[in-house]
Design a protein around this ligand. Structure first.
Ligand code: FRU
Length: 304
């Protein structure tokens, strides 16, 4: 039987990364120190980390059905080259979303301008078509429905996955969700998941000033036995479960060269280690080391 996969549900896009010697002033003209195309998007980046850590994984999200969409072809080739499955992706006749990213060579900061264009979002109905027996973990990028309905509510997908798991003893996957963005509705998405990631930005929106405070307070909003994990950039990471709270320091590389997807690497590494049964405390320390090492190299592949 094929090894069970880790499924990541969310965005894949083209990242057009332009390196700059310093952050440019508006309305000036300069040469770039380097330029690259990368496959990006949180869920897609999570998969890259999972493959680096030798996990069998699958990306599920919207992709282009257009024959002439170069960005989509590029992303597909890249997914295939890393053996990340994507055969269940939903195809739409729209170009793949893209991001223009300025990577500052001075300090590794990344400034992202994302363009989704006309690409629709996948729906709960699409998610329901998946054969859930194939997965040992299902991770969702937290996306909440807008008033006009253009975003799917991943809480519906999470509810479906959990209902199926309850009905069928053969389904033993864990469910995780990342609450990263701060738009309205995101706070309601993690309430049922087994593992909830909350970003620094989301923590601020929730009214907490530190990761430490967040992993205590946000527990009221999630199920009692869930794990809550809050990566906090240069302060490391904080976590809590039903038994207590944990923290890890940051592990900075000698020089920070590239922070694009550092948070996604943290999440991917955490899922990889928790899926192996590593303790929450050891896992967040591993993931802080992994994300630190990532910031010391260009890109997300081949993190040492
Ligand atoms: C990094 C990233 C990029 C992408 C952007 C989308 O976390 O996933 O790869 O362009 O965020 O918001």
């Amino acid at each position: 039987m094929e090894e069970k996969r880790i499924l990541c549900v969310g965005l894949t896009c083209l990242d057009i990364v332009t390196e700059v010697a310093g952050f440019p002033k508006e309305d000036t003209d300069q040469r770039s120190a380097g330029m690259s195309w990368r496959r990006g998007g949180n869920a897609s980046n999570n998969c890259t980390t999972l493959r680096n850590l030798q996990k069998s994984c699958e990306f599920f999200g919207a992709m282009s059905s257009l024959d002439n969409d170069v960005a989509s072809k590029f992303a597909e080739q890249d997914l295939s080259s890393l053996e990340i499955a994507f055969e269940n992706c939903v195809r739409f006749p729209h170009p793949l979303p893209s991001s223009i990213i300025l990577l500052n060579n001075e300090n590794g900061t990344r400034t992202i301008v994302h363009h989704r264009g006309g690409m629709p979002e996948i729906t709960t109905e699409d998610f329901k078509k998946l054969d859930l027996t194939k997965y040992k973990w299902i991770h969702f990028e937290g996306r909440a429905r807008t008033k006009s309905g253009e975003r799917p509510d991943v809480s519906e997908m999470i509810a479906h996955a959990l209902q199926e798991r309850k009905k069928n003893p053969a389904l033993d996957f864990k469910v995780s969700v990342e609450l990263e963005k701060t738009y309205e509705g995101v706070e309601g998405l993690g309430t049922e998941a087994d593992v909830v990631f909350v970003s620094k930005e989301f923590t601020g929106k929730f009214g907490c000033e530190s990761g430490d405070e967040m992993v205590k307070k946000f527990r009221e909003k999630i199920v009692k036995d869930a794990m809550l994990i809050c990566p906090w950039g240069d302060k490391g990471a904080f976590a809590s479960d039903a038994h207590g709270t944990y923290s890890s320091p940051v592990f900075s590389p000698e020089k920070v060269v590239d922070t694009i997807g550092a948070g996604d690497s943290f999440v991917g590494a955490t899922i990889a280690k928790l899926s192996e049964g590593m303790s929450l405390k050891d896992t967040i320390e591993f993931s802080c080391k992994y994300a630190g090492a990532k910031c010391g190299i260009m890109g997300l592949k081949d993190v040492p």
